[in-house]
Structures are given as C-alpha cells and as structure tokens.
Design a protein around this ligand. Structure first.
Ligand SMILES: Cc1ncc(C[n+]2csc(CCOP(=O)(O)OP(=O)(O)O)c2C)c(N)n1
Ligand SMILES: [Mg+2]
Length: 563
C-alpha cells in the first residue's frame, strides 16, 4: 500500500485525473503497466466522467486517440507504461503530430529516485519523444503538474495543432500536490484553439490576384475540416465558381458530388483527368496543405511555373516547395471569412471544368465496376460500399489498395470529417484501431474500416477491443496475399523483379470469428452488396474478407508507387 487514501491529501496521480476531467476528457486510450499503477488507481477511486479504453497494443492506443481527435475536434489522449510501452506508443503520436492533430500522449515512468540504478524499463522517454512531438515534458516535480498539463493542452491545440508527450514518473504520481493547482483553461480542450486572424492587406492582395487570373484553383489539405470551415469554403468556391481539389487528407472538404469539387489530386488518388485540370490552372491557392510529394506528384503538378498563393497556419510550409507570390499565415476559417466578406462574385467556369474531368475520371472506373468474373476488383468494392453505406459513414482507410481507391472513387454524400487515413506516414495497421477511436468518438454513426491483408496482420489483436466494447464497426479486409503496393512498385520500377512481397492467404473471416466477430468471406463480385447489407444489419462488429484482385494487377489511380 502506497498511501492511506482516507486522508484529505491529493496525489499528483489524482491531480492528473482531476485535471483531465476538468478539461472535459471523456476517453483515454491506453494499456496498463506497473509504472502506471498509481494513475490507474486514481482513475478507479475518484469520481469523474473519464472512460478508460483498454487497448491491446500501445500503438493502437495512439492511433485510436488520433482518430478520436480527428472526428470529435477534441484533444485525443493516450497513455502507456514506461520503456516498451513508451516505445510502442510512438506511431500514433508521430502521425498526429505531422497531421496537425491535437493529441496528448502520457507515459508513466520509473521513479526518478531509481534513475541510473538500472530499474527495469528505464529509458529516457523525454529524450525519445523530443524530435517526435510539438512539446514534450517530464513531470519532474509534483508541484509543476497543473502548469505542465495546462501548457500541454495549450500547445497541442494552438497554432498548428500537434502532439505533446508527458512523462509521469511513479514517485511523482504518488507525491502530494495542492488542491488549488487544479484549474484549467477550457478553451484549449478542442482544436484549433486561439485561431490566428489574417492580415487584411494580404487578403486584399489575394483578392486582386484572383481577379487577375483566368483559371484559379484551390488545393486544400485537412485544415478546412479541422477548422470546421466547410461552409465558408463552399460559400467562397460557389461565389467564384472556382475549382476545388484536395489532398487525400482534405477529402470531405466538400461533398464528393459537389459540382465544383474536382476530387483528390496527386500520385495517390489523382488520375489523368484531375492532373489535366491542374495543368490548365493559372493560379493555385494552397490552403492548409503542405504541397508535399504525394499531393503534387513530386512537385510536378502544379508545375513550378504557376502562380502560387499559400494560406497556412504554419510558416514552415511557405516557399518550401514553390516560389510563392503571396503567403498568408492565418487560421483557414478566418482567412475564408475575410475573403468572403470582400470578394466580389466571379465566374471562373469551375463547374464546367469539373464536369468534364469527372466524366473522364469515372468512365473507366464504371467499366471496371461492371465486371463480374475473376477476382473481385477494387473498383467493385468501392462501388458496392458507395451504394450501400449510410450518408454519415466514417470511412477509415489504410495504405495499400484502400487509400488510392477510396480517395479517388468513394463518394461521400456529405462534407465533413468522414474520410480518415494516416497520410503523414501511411504506416500499415492504422485503419483497424483508428476505426475504433472514430466509433468511440461518434457512437451514433456508421464506421467502416478498410484494410489490406498486410495491415490486418499488424492490427488484428485489436479486434478483441471491438468485441469487448461491442462496437458496430464493419471491418473490410482486401485479401490479396501480397504487400501489393510494393509489388506494384517492383512491377513498374524494377522490371517485375518480385522479391519478398508475397505471403500466404489467411482466412481472415475465421480469425475474426475466433474473436467472436460475425464474419463472411466473399470471392464473387455479385455476392458483395448482399453481404455488406447483412453486415450493416448486425448489432456488433462484423468483418468481410474479400478475395480481391492484387493491386499490382489492378488499374489503380496511382501515378507513382514510390512516394
Ligand atoms: C508500417 C509500414 N511498413 C511498411 C510500409 C510500406 N508499405 C506501403 S504499402 C505496403 C503494402 C501494403 O500491403 P497490404 O496491406 O496487403 O495492402 P495491398 O497493397 O496488398 O492492398 C507496404 C509494405 C508501410 N506503409 N508501413
Ligand atoms: Mg495485400
């Protein structure tokens, strides 16, 4: 027994629970460990409204927190124990940090008094997280707890949102703190907080440049969705009849069927027709988009000759890749509000350009959808989900077949945060845990997780969590017995010298069934819609194992396999 809990004193572990609760934290994703025991005990004993979601891997805890933050706009919280737990929690922390998602990762640690004496799990966690996070601190004195937690929320939600790491040593958790240190700044419990206003002179300059152009186009990343600025952007686009394109992360900024939405551009989800539309533009306005290698097809589309305007909250992205005519450091929503206030109506014929491009883009797709023989084509999978899933479905996709296909062809009926994928790193194994995080964040909505069989292998253990919580997620496995994306890279760039990319087929439905999940295997195209409908009726997790055409043999909307 560490402490007599009948006293009126408050430990830092208790203080942590009280502070998180005061920040309106409702869910913490994590995995237990010896160094976390005082924190868990405080969660057990205190009166609060936090639910701890026990995960089966710290990696999944951080991915769940990332997806939860993406769909709710609240700070995602994950936690894990010292040493191995801290090293396992890294992937989701990095993903959130680089995708501008507010996340706090808490790792417990060996007692400060034991450092240097070789205690089990000793690791300099603060040092490890330093290059991976926006802000990072070891709570080395109990009396600093309140200030550190307040800074953590402020840092993760303000400016460019990102990930924060806090290290919480065992002996600090059991140390006493003062009750009056428990106060919070609630406005930092959601992101983006403290939005930065745009400079009005630059707004005027941007409007002038737009009016001088003949064929302007916006390419935006995830910022519009993060700032809940979809309506402001729609107003702007419609008042100008301008073309909107997005990065993969920006998908959902406008509903896919919106007549001004060209779709996803770039090497992963872009097609010839979308590239042609970029070629025609004379002014590109990047909003909340890093203009990285994938979105710009390694900086070829748009070409370096285009006029570029860049609006972003992060100074670092300006002129990193393109010579930029006007750069505006601002919150995306506030920039659009300011632009909408001043800009006069224009007609840049965006709807015509988009209509033409979409006819070209979808004509080949539709032909492939109709094919009933042979292995099920990825096109058919996207189509059949498109026609069966409800409007407010959250689609979570992994790298491999799911990302380019769903980015290019899945049609979200509504705008919003309905499309989730981990584009900072595209690490395999995201869609399964992220779907769990999304479903916990949006309990009333349908959530579908679409993964390759490679990704399934990395994340399968977390199916138990979905069963334990009875989450009605539909898991889809695109089963092709190969790391298809890499095989496609060997095919296109290395003269089909296929090396160490094939693996044996797993019966994913049987695996799911062993976890207690209702599951199906589908190997014929005409069985797919019926099976999806059946899975939607089930009140609990389901899995559909789809025996699919391997990616390297498909006509994927991918222009470059080496990102
Ligand atoms: C953690 C991690 N390791 C390696 C990669 C490199 N990689 C990108 S796509 C891919 C293949 C994906 O295979 P699978 O999940 O089966 O999907 P498929 O391409 O076959 O549809 C690999 C290995 C990665 N993205 N993430
Ligand atoms: Mg595969």
């Amino acid at each position: 027994m560490i402490k007599n809990y009948n006293t009126n004193q408050l430990t830092a572990a208790e203080g942590m629970v009280k502070l998180l609760d005061a920040y309106n934290v409702k869910h913490i994703f994590g995995l237990c460990g010896d160094t976390s025991l005082p924190f868990y005990d405080a969660l057990y004993r205190l009166d609060h409204s936090i639910n701890h979601i026990l995960t089966r891997d710290e990696r999944h805890a951080s991915y769940m927190a990332d997806a939860y933050a993406r769909v709710t706009g609240k700070v995602g919280i994950c936690e894990g124990p010292s040493g191995g737990g801290a090293t396992y929690i890294v992937p989701g922390v990095v993903e959130a940090n680089e995708s501008s998602i507010a996340l706090i990762s808490l790792t417990s640690d060996v007692p400060i008094s034991s450092i240097g004496h070789f205690p089990l799990t000793e690791l300099d966690q603060e040092k490890m997280f330093k290059p991976l996070t926006k802000w990072n601190k070891k709570i080395d004195k109990a009396k600093k707890l309140g200030k550190i937690i307040r800074t953590a929320f402020k840092k993760s939600t303000s400016g460019r949102p990102g990930a924060v790491h806090l290290c919480f040593p065992f002996d600090i958790q059991t140390s006493e703190i003062k009750e009056d240190d428990i106060w919070v700044e609630k406005k930092f419990s959601t992101f983006p907080a403290n939005p930065l206003k745009p400079n009005t002179e630059k707004i005027d300059k941007i409007i002038k440049e737009i009016s001088k152009s003949k064929n302007p186009m916006i390419i935006c990343g995830g910022a519009i969705k993060n700032c809940n600025a979809e309506k402001d952007l729609k107003k702007f686009i419609e008042s100008q009849n301008m073309v909107l394109a997005t990065s993969v992360t920006g998908k959902g900024t406008l509903a896919d069927e919106h007549p001004n939405y060209l779709g996803v551009v770039g090497s992963n989800g872009g097609v010839l027709a979308t590239r042609e539309a970029i070629k025609k533009a004379d002014l590109i306005i990047f909003i909340g988009c890093r203009a990285g290698s994938v979105t710009t097809e390694k900086w070829k589309y748009p070409s370096s000759k285009k006029k570029i305007i860049h609006i972003d909250i992060d100074q670092k992205v300006f002129s990193a890749n393109y010579k930029t005519l006007i750069s505006l450091k601002s919150d995306a929503k506030l920039a659009l509000v300011a632009l909408n206030k001043k800009i006069k109506k224009n007609d840049f014929k965006g709807k015509e350009i988009v209509k033409f491009a979409k006819i070209r883009k979808f004509s080949e797709f539709e032909e492939l959808v109709k094919i009933n023989h042979g292995l099920i084509k990825p096109e058919r999978i996207v189509h059949d989900l498109n026609v069966t899933l409800p409007e407010d479905t959250y689609i979570v996709v992994d790298a491999g077949t799911p990302c380019p296909y769903f980015a290019a062809y899945y049609k979200h009926k509504r705008c919003g945060k309905y499309f989730l994928t981990n584009r900072a790193h595209g690490a395999l194994g995201y869609a399964l845990p992220a779907a769990i995080g999304a479903q916990i964040g949006k309990p009333k909505s349908k959530v579908v997780s679409i993964m390759g069989d490679g990704s399934f292998g990395l994340a399968v253990g977390e199916l138990e969590t979905a069963v334990r919580l009875n989450l009605p997620i539909t898991f889809i496995v695109i089963s092709n017995s190969v790391y298809g994306w890499i095989k496609a890279g060997q095919k296109s760039g290395f003269e089909k010298r296929y090396y160490s990319v094939d693996f044996t087929r797993t019966d994913h439905a049987a695996v799911a069934s062993a976890y207690g999940i209702k599951s199906w295997t589908v190997s014929e195209s005409n069985q797919l819609i019926k099976t999806i409908k059946e899975s939607l009726k089930h009140n609990g997790p389901t899995l559909i194992d789809i025996i699919s055409q391997p990616l390297q043999d498909a006509r994927a909307p991918v222009s470059d396999w080496i990102a």
